[in-house]
Design a protein around this ligand. Structure first.
Ligand code: PEP
Ligand code: MN
Length: 355
């Protein structure tokens, strides 16, 4: 992906050198869509207005989106406000409908990117157009699948390509709705330096209160822009209500964010990015340790109820054997792993003893 077209030329001038995509999670009614769009347009701080028309929901029964009809509402927004508009496509039919209705750009959702068959069909449908395509990361932290999706669009002749980092499905309980795993986005940027990477703090956060810290972190990591969900009345939103900002909250967020790009040497930059990856991994280690201790507590309860001794030599020996074996080819020394496991095990025994 050598000859991508720089994102700075896709839409109206980017704000502070970054592209800002904002709008509701879902289009719900022409009024809801227009009310938000007018406010965002008047601020002059948004490059691209987003709204989901077809909503890929994990469970049936939740709001599935207004469908094709919403495309006309978006067209109206374009006419009235001059904003460029973007929506999610998940099938060739969606692509065709968007092209017919003059939608300016499309994004591919995390669930769709997780399916290479769908990606290929959508890429085929987009062939011959020069529509900007924003590719979200897949649900699982599989960078090959993310790159593979981008390559499929590139192979269809699309040169206006960007990635959207929206975090990954957490397999354990976590503070955020989706685990950022910044190291994955950093690796993508490292492999494809000319590929713009946008951050979607809304879906990472899952909750309003985390959006600022995530957005600022992404800007500090030199991401190329932000995609943020904004709804005129978030508490009444038909989807993702906990994470959508009211327009005023969104403007406050933009005012408080620091967009400055630091003037540092390449060496400093590479240390900073590597440290960010380390930070991200450390936070995951903490969440994993917490999840492990929660299980320890559950076992502790069973042991107590059934009068079973807390320390079980055979189990401890198994843990050491299997973990040291697993560590064999990782470059971690036996001694280090042993000491680490010992500390974890001691903490587990402490927790169960105190029950
Ligand atoms: C969305 O942007 O509203 C959406 C459904 O996102 P994702 O595919 O990241 O879950
Ligand atoms: Mn959403």
């Amino acid at each position: 992906m050598q000859d991508l077209i720089p994102i700075s030329s896709w839409f109206n001038t980017p704000i502070n050198g970054k592209i800002i995509i904002a709008g509701p999670c879902s289009a719900e009614s022409p009024e809801q869509l227009m009310e938000t769009a007018k406010k965002l347009a008047a601020s002059g701080k948004v490059n691209l207005y987003r709204a989901g028309i077809w909503k890929p929901r994990s469970r049936p029964g939740s709001f599935q989106g207004v469908g094709k009809e919403g495309l006309q509402w978006l067209q109206e927004i374009k006419k009235e406000t001059g904003l460029c508009v973007i929506t999610e496509v998940a099938s060739p039919q969606h692509v065709e409908d968007c092209i017919t209705q003059g939608i300016d750009a499309v994004w591919i959702g995390a669930r769709t990117v997780s399916n290479p068959f769908s990606v290929k069909e959508i890429a085929d449908a987009l062939q011959g157009t020069d529509i900007p395509v924003f590719v979200k990361n897949p649900l699982s932290p599989d960078i090959e699948m993310w790159i593979g999706a981008l390559e499929r669009f590139y192979n269809s002749g699309l040169k206006k390509l960007a990635a959207i980092h929206r975090g990954f499905f957490p397999y354990e309980k976590s503070r955020l709705r989706n685990v950022p795993k910044w190291e994955v986005a950093i690796e993508l940027k490292t492999q494809f330096p000319t590929l713009p990477v946008i951050c979607d703090p809304s879906h990472m956060a899952g909750k309003k209160s985390f959006i600022f810290e995530i957005a600022q972190y992404a800007l500090d990591l030199s991401f190329d822009g932000l995609m943020i969900e904004v709804h005129p009345d978030p508490s009444a939103a038909l989807s993702d209500k906990a994470q959508q900002l009211a327009p005023e909250e969104f403007f406050e967020l933009l005012n408080n964010l620091s967009f400055k790009t630091s003037d540092v040497s390449d060496l400093q930059t590479s240390i900073k990015t590597l440290r960010s990856s380390i930070d991200s991994i450390d936070f995951q280690i903490i969440e994993l340790l917490a999840a492990r201790m929660e299980l320890v507590e559950r076992i502790g309860k069973i042991k107590k109820e059934n009068d079973i001794t807390i320390f079980q030599l055979k189990r401890w020996k198994d843990i050491i054997d299997t973990r040291l074996k697993a560590g064999k080819d990782t470059g971690l020394s036996d001694d280090f792993l042993y000491r680490l496991l010992e500390m974890i095990h001691q903490e587990a025994i402490r927790i169960q003893s105190e029950m």
